[in-house]
Design a protein around this ligand. Structure first.
Ligand code: PLP
Length: 384
């Protein structure tokens, strides 16, 4: 039986169109794009075409797109390099939120150990950052603000254009981790006053191990990795040509299908929310409307999310209790704790992230299977 995969926020299956675009670059056009002979030049052309496609999807210029190994590297690069370059101007204050991905929180903690001070903005009960909280946290020595476009656990979408405008008016660099948002919602870096943006291929039906950091023209952001002259001398390392070509194809496909797919997926998500909320003891986490089309996160009284995931797996449903990068550890979600949920609620959470391959039948099957799984878990607990 094919599993019902509803963990698209962890990763997505590679689209066939993307795979087809990538295949020639493994064994035919395998040249190093920096090599001057024709086999190298034949790889360079498609790499630049991918850059152009991605720039077009974000409203950016080609020379503002830098290829990386994924969302984690892009976040680390943006945050560490921005902080260190601004420290030279005496600016050693950073602002972020309490519910960022670890790829943002861990670099922030590292910088704190180096003597930077970091303000963690509250995300309120609905999982939304308030622009006025940002406004009052800014200081004359603020170097960088990093706020995620959309949260990976609860799916809430932040008022990015408002937050960006505040940063721009205070001449503070603004980074957004848009790993979950790119491909699901339209993004325009210019109108949202974004200076730095991270994205990752494997969240939008592209390959794993490839991503982008958008760096606004004129921003003097030093590189993170030192070495060769690739990527306009700002990100060393031989380019992952098949991955980059795949990412370009994935972005293009997402742009073409976004309008119809996001409506279809949002309708499935709302059907799922209505169905799950009819179960006694279920609670939706995060703002009901201001969320990504695919993500719905619930807390269930009296159960552990991690046990529920295993129970659902036995019924052929792949969902998540927390981010995949937590390695399945049964920890209370820092995202839900930041939203004011109790430890019990944060441990009893389950995330469904719907995607292109999901159907109404999938949603209806989950609505049927879930109450049975919850009942079995509660019975097991009662027998202990
Ligand atoms: N940021 C967010 C919001 C994510 O959801 C993820 C992946 O789960 C990352 C960053 C890390 O991206 P990658 O897996 O490409 O390193």
């Amino acid at each position: 039986m094919k599993p019902i995969y509803v963990d698209n926020a962890a990763t997505t299956p590679l689209s066939s169109r993307v795979l087809e675009a990538m295949l020639p670059f493994f064994q035919e056009t395998y040249g190093n794009p920096s090599s001057p002979y024709s086999l190298g030049r034949r790889a360079k052309g498609p790499l630049e075409e991918a850059r152009e496609k991605i720039a077009r999807c974000l409203g950016a210029e080609n020379n503002e797109i830098f290829f990386t190994s994924g969302g984690t590297e892009s976040d680390n690069w943006a945050i560490k390099s921005a902080a260190r370059v601004m420290a030279c101007q005496g600016k050693r204050h950073l602002i972020t939120t309490a519910f960022e991905h670890p790829a943002v929180l861990r670099p922030m903690e590292e910088l704190e150990r180096e003597g930077f001070s970091v303000t963690y903005l509250p995300v309120h009960e609905d999982g939304i950052v308030r622009p006025e909280d940002l406004e009052s946290a800014l200081r004359p020595d603020t170097a960088l603000v990093s706020i995620m476009y959309a949260n990976n656990e609860v799916g809430t979408v932040q008022p990015i254009a408002q937050l960006g405008a505040i940063c721009r008016s205070h001449k503070v660099w603004f980074h957004t981790d848009a790993v979950q948002a790119v491909g699901s919602v339209p993004i325009d870096v210019k109108s949202a006053s974004i200076d730095l943006l991270s994205l990752s291929g494997h969240k939008l039906y592209g390959p794993k191990g490839v991503g982008v950091l958008y760096v606004r023209q004129g921003l003097r952001l030093p590189g993170l990795l030192e070495g060769g002259h690739q990527e306009m001398s700002r990100r060393a390392g031989t380019e992952n040509v098949p991955g980059i070509v795949g990412l370009g194809a994935a972005m293009e496909e997402a742009r073409e299908s976004m309008e119809t797919e996001s409506q279809r997926i949002a309708a499935l998500r709302d059907r799922l929310i209505d169905g799950v909320l009819a179960i006694p003891g279920a609670r939706l986490n995060g703002h009901r409307e201001r969320r990504l089309p695919g993500i719905a996160n619930f807390s269930f009284a009296g159960v552990e999310g991690s046990s529920l995931v295993l129970m659902l797996d036995m019924q052929g449903v792949c969902a998540a209790a927390g981010p995949a990068c937590s390695g399945g550890k049964a920890e209370a979600s820092h995202v839900l704790l930041a939203m004011g949920r109790s430890h019990a609620e944060a441990r009893g959470a389950l995330r469904f992230s719907l995607g292109r391959q999901n159907t109404q039948e999938d949603v209806d099957a989950i609505i049927k299977i879930l109450p049975e799984a919850l009942q079995r878990l509660r019975q097991l607990r009662g027998n202990l």
